[in-house]
Design a protein around this ligand. Structure first.
Ligand SMILES: C[S@@+](CC[C@H](N)C(=O)[O-])C[C@H]1O[C@@H](n2cnc3c(N)ncnc32)[C@H](O)[C@@H]1O
Length: 265
């Protein structure tokens, strides 16, 4: 997604209920841009839609002439929403999608528990798969198994809330997947409450791209820096966000701390 389109999305983001932060939207848009530059074509999927705050972003990534998008949420089937990680509403979601994506012809909606999804109905060849549905360890493990089977060779899986202490089941589900199904996926980046995974064969390429010059233009509201850190045995890009501090405030802060230190001499 180019910067102009990303800024259009960020301008309407707050009109939709849901949880994607500007930093996470910027990171997803940067991944989409890298994939497009590389000629990576594929489908998009989101498990856990709520009101469509992230689905609308993914819908804007898609080239509807050659890519499909799928979403899955229990929506009105409240008894199936065991972790209550949000409350999907199909009507609000579809209104948001129509308003901010427009074309719905490439969208397929699965109203059910993600555990009931089968590969035959969603198909394969996904270049971007976002997991943000039920937040128990079992649900996350199952969602990762499905996403991995559906992922194209060069696709990305994004998992929400891995480092959110309010949802420990998410990290448990991911760790279970990584240990029980080794060498299927490798992490490539952590940031803005998301962990991104690729196939091991693409891991180095994504890390290189995600930390190469250019990414910083995509992070407007924040002032992130990338570091290379080890995670599940490989080096990944870690985005460390700190609020942007105006240059004059920074100089003022340094001046005050210098005066403080001189006083203490
Ligand atoms: C955290 S919210 C999703 C937020 C959304 N991705 C966004 O961008 O705002 C979690 C969603 O998952 C749905 N959900 C919960 N358990 C589910 C399950 N087992 N299968 C599918 N969807 C589920 C809930 O209805 C809720 O809408």
């Amino acid at each position: 997604m180019d910067l102009a389109k990303l800024n259009q999305y960020l301008a309407v983001r707050d009109t939709m209920g849901g949880w994607i932060t500007p930093g996470a939207a910027e990171l997803f848009a940067w991944v989409d841009r890298l994939q497009k530059e590389e000629g990576i074509v594929g489908n998009l999927f989101e498990i856990g839609v709520h009101h469509g705050k992230t689905s609308v972003l993914l819908g804007n990534f898609a080239d509807s002439t050659k890519e499909r998008m799928g979403v899955c949420d229990v929506f009105g089937l409240a008894e199936k929403n065991i972790t209550e990680s949000g409350h999907g509403d199909r009507e609000i979601f579809l209104n948001n999608f129509k308003s901010y994506v427009g074309d719905c012809s490439f969208l397929q909606v699965f109203e059910k528990r993600s555990a009931e999804l089968v590969l035959d109905e969603i198909g394969t060849g996904y270049r971007f798969f976002h997991i943000d549905g039920g937040h128990s360890a079992g649900e996350v493990f199952g969602d990762l198994c499905l996403a991995e089977s559906a992922l194209s060779e060069r696709g990305i899986i994004a998992v929400d809330d891995y480092f959110n202490g309010a949802w420990p089941g998410v990290s448990e589900g991911v760790c279970r997947f990584m240990f029980e199904r080794p060498a299927r996926l490798a992490p490539v980046a952590v940031g803005f409450n998301k962990v991104l995974f690729s196939r091991p064969s693409q891991q180095k390429w994504y890390v290189q791209q995600l930390s190469a010059p250019g990414w910083e233009h995509y992070f407007d509201g924040l002032d992130p820096s990338t570091k290379l850190r080890e995670f599940f045995g490989v080096e990944i890009a870690v985005y460390i966000a700190s609020p942007k501090v105006p240059i004059l405030d920074r100089i003022g802060y340094r001046f005050k701390s210098l005066v403080g230190r001189l006083r203490n001499l």
